[in-house]
Design a protein around this ligand. Structure first.
Ligand code: DNO
Length: 386
């Protein structure tokens, strides 16, 4: 019988949330990455050791590496694919040499997670991340001016998109583009031109091609993972549908089943992100865990609330469209059958209280996540003794 282990994401020494804050939050493990290393470059032994030492000196343990980013040349199987695969293998070997064997990554083309607003104010005064189809369509049709973009939106979105764009002032238009083009907040975003040329590239690759490129990546790193005992845990698409015409391969249960069957070896596993998957109205999360739960090695717990148009905001951890009680119950059942602990992190939280006056990484302020963690911890304790 094993257990769920609380972890907390730390973006490194520049994170406004310190390791001492994390200890006070009660998390045992840290989820971290060398965000300053450009995508695709080798993570050196020295740098990994240094990061690990900083974490350990604070009395914590680096439990999950999130993420070792997969370079675009690998996702597109471009000219320098082999070079970047070799770099990736070297980074994995270096991580294993430091005792780090659980690695999270994603295979989303070009952009990591996408929102259209980084701080809508909730009725209680806290701020949350938000995704609105009308804003995405406005960016797509009037800023990016993607050919055929209008075919990708539902009529009710299209009916409102022009007025929506017309009502945005210049500052909001720039902000919206910046938000969409931003990847992980501590890393560099991309330009409009880069996005456009990637969209053209991925149009040729398509979903099947992206799946093939992913399988190629997995096979290429497989021997190193098996030799070194590394587990790769794949983060789902956030949000879980094709956006800006880019293909997606980790959005619903059929995708997840395909992935675990295509590469059945245990180094290929899933990061079960309830907020990402929960934004898809077609996803029934507890039922998903029944089907692929055994292949889950890392969990991100947060919630979302959707409206009829499919727009969503990040809601309180226990109060949203994802039935967190059922999800947690399933996770506890899974851990009771596991040999090793299953790490989870409270994922995003609201910007609230003192954090409203601080500059924080979107979604990653301390107090909101602490609130989420506290609620999840209570849920675990309640279910475990039930
Ligand atoms: C967002 C995060 C993602 C995640 C990566 C994993 O807050 O959950 O950025 O870290 O997609 O590769």
């Amino acid at each position: 019988m094993s257990s769920l282990v609380e972890t907390w994401r730390w973006f490194g020494p520049n994170d406004p949330v310190s390791l001492s804050d994390i200890r006070q939050a009660g998390a045992k493990g840290v989820v971290s990455a060398l965000h300053h290393v450009p995508h695709g470059e080798v993570w050196s032994l020295e740098e990994i050791r240094e990061r690990k030492l900083i974490i350990e000196q604070a009395g914590l343990k680096w439990m999950v590496v999130e993420s070792v980013p997969v370079h675009e040349a690998i996702k597109t199987r471009g000219a320098e694919c082999e070079k970047y695969l070799e770099n990736y293998r070297t980074s994995l070997r270096n991580l294993a040499a430091c005792g780090l064997r659980l690695v999270c990554y994603n295979f989303m083309p070009v952009l990591d997670w996408t929102r259209t607003d980084l701080g809508i104010t909730l009725p209680n005064g806290a701020k949350a991340l938000y995704f609105d189809w009308r804003d995405l369509a406005a960016f797509d049709m009037f800023v990016l001016k993607r050919q055929g973009a209008e075919q990708d939106y539902r009529p009710e979105v299209l009916r409102q998109v022009e007025a929506r764009y017309a009502n945005m002032n210049e500052a909001r238009r720039t902000e919206l583009s910046d938000i969409i083009l931003m990847g992980v907040p501590t890393e560099k975003g991309i330009s409009l031109e880069q996005l456009q040329s990637s969209i053209d590239r991925y149009a040729v690759i398509g979903k099947e091609g992206l799946r093939d490129n992913w399988a190629y990546f997995m096979k290429a790193i497989g021997p190193v993972c098996e030799e070194e005992g590394i587990t790769m845990t794949m983060h789902p698409d956030d949000p879980p549908y094709a956006i800006l015409g880019l293909p997606r391969i980790v959005s619903h249960i059929e995708d997840l089943e395909y992935l675990v069957q295509a590469v059945p070896e245990s180094y290929n596993s899933i990061c079960f992100c309830t907020g990402s998957l929960g934004a898809g109205p077609f996803n029934d999360l507890p039922a998903m865990l029944d089907r692929i739960g055994e292949r889950v090695e890392f969990v991100h717990l947060r919630n979302v609330r959707k409206d009829e148009m499919g727009n969503f905001y990040e809601s309180d951890h226990l109060d949203g469209d994802v039935n967190m009680v059922q999800v947690m119950d399933k996770l506890l059942q899974l851990t009771s059958r596991r040999k090793s602990p299953l790490p989870f992190r409270p994922d995003h939280g609201h910007q609230m209280l003192d954090d409203l006056h601080k500059t924080t990484n979107p979604g990653y302020s301390a107090i909101g996540r602490l609130k989420g963690l506290g609620e999840l911890r209570g849920l675990i304790a309640g279910l475990a003794t039930h």
